[in-house]
Design a protein around this ligand. Structure first.
Ligand SMILES: [Zn+2]
Length: 264
């Protein structure tokens, strides 16, 4: 871990990225500027949303069923705006996410199917913020889920042989990016993509209740950017498991993802 913030300078664009989040909007708040930058560089970015987002409303007239549909529409609109090429949903109940073994398998299957060089998720170590925010337990659960999906479930051949039967070979992720609500020593310059991030955030109208996120998000991004000498930045903790050009990953661009259906 770094002692001082460092500006991320990519070796080359990632071929594929998988963003694994608990709720619709989790990625837009902390990471949409970075995601838009990856897309612009040619990275194929997919989302895996673990819950249905059906608890996120204080409106007495709202139902879980209606909110589920609404939040899927909002997330899809944000992803279209960012250039994300696909969104998958696990449909777990919002507010009840646990890093269970069956869910670990589901996340590992997505990793094996998409074969991302980088996985982006939420930092499971965040329990609260000094400003009085108690982190949502789903946010911690999704971070743990991803850590344990990466290893052993995605990377170990015999962890669950039925994954192999489904045509899902093991996959080693090169980098894990943890988003922790503005903390983290790895900084990404999002000056060029900041407007797109705000537009993507505004897609989640059901969560904003008329609040315009721009001023708050701009102030936070400016603070993060000042640490590394750029106008606007997002912050992450990046774990690097292997160098990008090692382990055969250099030819990834030429290979299609594993066919999820068994071959006959
Ligand atoms: Zn959330």
């Amino acid at each position: 871990m770094n002692d001082r913030p460092i500006l991320w300078e990519p070796v080359r664009p990632f071929s594929r990225a998988l963003v694994v989040i608990a709720h619709p909007d989790d990625a837009e708040f902390g990471s949409a500027g970075t995601i838009a930058g990856w897309v612009a560089a040619g990275t194929d970015v997919r989302y895996l949303v673990c819950t249905d987002g059906a608890s996120g409303s204080a409106d007495p007239a709202m139902t879980r069923e209606r909110l589920t549909g609404l939040r899927q529409t909002e997330q899809q609109a944000a992803c279209d705006l960012l250039g994300v090429s696909g969104v998958e949903w696990l449909g777990e109940l919002d507010g009840y996410l646990e890093p269970t073994v069956p869910l670990r398998r589901a996340v590992a299957a997505a990793i094996r199917r998409h074969r991302p060089e980088v996985v982006l998720t939420l930092d499971p170590q965040v329990r609260w913020s000094e400003t009085g925010y108690v982190n949502h337990p789903d946010h911690r659960a999704v971070g743990d889920l991803v850590l344990h999906a990466i290893n052993p479930a995605a990377s170990t051949r015999l962890w669950d042989p039925t994954l192999i039967e489904e045509g899902l070979e093991p996959w080693d992720v090169a980098e894990l990016w943890l988003s922790s609500f503005g903390d983290g020593m790895d900084r990404v310059d999002v000056t060029a993509t900041f407007d797109r991030k705000i537009a993507a955030l505004r897609c989640h109208a059901s969560q904003l209740n008329g609040w315009d996120p721009e001023a708050r998000m701009r102030a936070l991004a400016a603070e993060r950017g000042a640490d590394v000498g750029v106008p606007l930045a997002e912050a992450f903790t990046v774990l690097r498991f292997r160098a990008l050009d090692e382990g055969g990953s250099e030819s990834l661009r030429d290979k299609p993802p594993t066919n999820p259906k068994p071959q006959r």
